[in-house]
Design a protein around this ligand. Structure first.
Ligand code: C2E
Ligand code: CA
Ligand code: CA
Ligand code: CA
Length: 273
């Protein structure tokens, strides 16, 4: 029932709004996409800041839609989280990413994004353990990225401790963009801090304030013995700035956009040689 303009009740169910209809179609399609194998992982390199040596990759989800081509996660991750579809999707991501990384030479690492809904699902510890066992990937080569949104949930903090006990490494993603960045640092068992792209972008304007902010974040991380990753480094100038500030790891278009695993084969072969 819906209140009409004059306070009377209209006793009928309104038709689904166009937006709601679109959403329910998206949900159906996304579930099918998973089953039909239309989801893919792209990989973006992370390099050591001092000498740009390759350290590993972050796995980033893509949907190869039969009609619409490659769809970026911004348009479907939220729907997946709200409907719970992120749980089976996330389990597929974990398996695929670990299997891929197990093929890579040396100690190259793989970073996988976990959403808050996955941490609340009650299945994540088993899913991570399963992906590790199936792939044979040594746990320390798996990095799990979470955002500070998980800090509000006491049980999720507990789950993170269990994931850490498996031997995986935890990273705090998008650092500096939430409401409780400092509280998150003290409460979450993370060993890495990813400085959000917005801070790195600001370095290019040459503003002293932007530099001071990144410098402060790096110092804070160092005093807590956390490794810092600069996200979204696009220009040589940004790279020079984060190198000077002694940020340890660089990720961004300057060193490579997210690409299918095959795109990185030549680079990996070079490492093997
Ligand atoms: P994120 O985890 O912060 O990932 C970094 C995003 O920044 C990626 O966008 C990446 O392509 C983009 N990026 C990297 N370097 C640069 C740069 O130099 N410049 C610019 N402009 N952008 C850069 P993408 O792939 O579209 O992913 C968006 C978000 O979707 C991710 O943000 C993450 O929150 C979410 N996501 C992606 N894959 C997964 C997944 O498998 N599971 C979950 N739960 N979330 C995922
Ligand atoms: Ca991430
Ligand atoms: Ca991020
Ligand atoms: Ca993000």
């Amino acid at each position: 029932a819906k209140a009409s303009g004059r306070g009377q009740l209209q006793l009928y169910a309104p038709p689904l709004s166009a937006a709601a209809q679109q959403r329910s179609m998206a949900v159906q399609q996304l579930g099918l996409a998973l089953r039909r194998g239309e989801l893919e992982l792209y990989y973006q390199p992370q390099v050591r800041a001092t000498d740009t040596q390759l350290l590993g990759f972050e796995a980033l989800l893509r949907w190869r839609h039969p009609d619409q081509g490659i769809i970026a996660p911004a348009t479907f991750i939220t729907v997946a989280e709200e409907t719970g579809l992120i749980v089976p999707i996330g389990e597929w991501v974990l398996r695929a990413a670990c299997e891929q990384a197990a093929q890579w030479p040396g100690d190259l690492r793989i970073a996988v994004n976990l959403s808050a809904a996955q941490l609340r699902s009650g299945r994540i510890v088993e899913a991570v353990a399963d992906a590790l066992v199936r792939s044979g990937l040594p746990p320390h080569r798996l990095e799990l990225e979470v955002t500070e949104s998980v800090v509000v949930d006491e049980r999720s903090v507990e789950v993170l401790l269990q994931l850490k006990a498996l031997g995986a490494e935890l990273s705090l993603d998008d650092f500096g963009t939430g409401y409780s960045s400092l509280a998150s640092l003290s409460r979450l068992p993370v060993s890495r801090l990813k400085i959000d792209r917005s801070f790195i972008t600001a370095l290019d304007t040459g503003e002293e304030q932007a530099r001071a902010l990144v410098a402060a974040i790096v110092q804070l991380a160092k005093s807590l013995r956390l490794i810092t990753v600069a996200e979204g480094v696009e220009t040589a100038r940004q790279q020079a700035a984060v190198q000077e500030l002694e940020c340890e790891v660089i990720q961004g278009y300057l060193h490579g956009r997210p690409e299918p695993a095959e795109a990185w084969t030549p680079w990996l072969d070079e490492l093997r040689a």
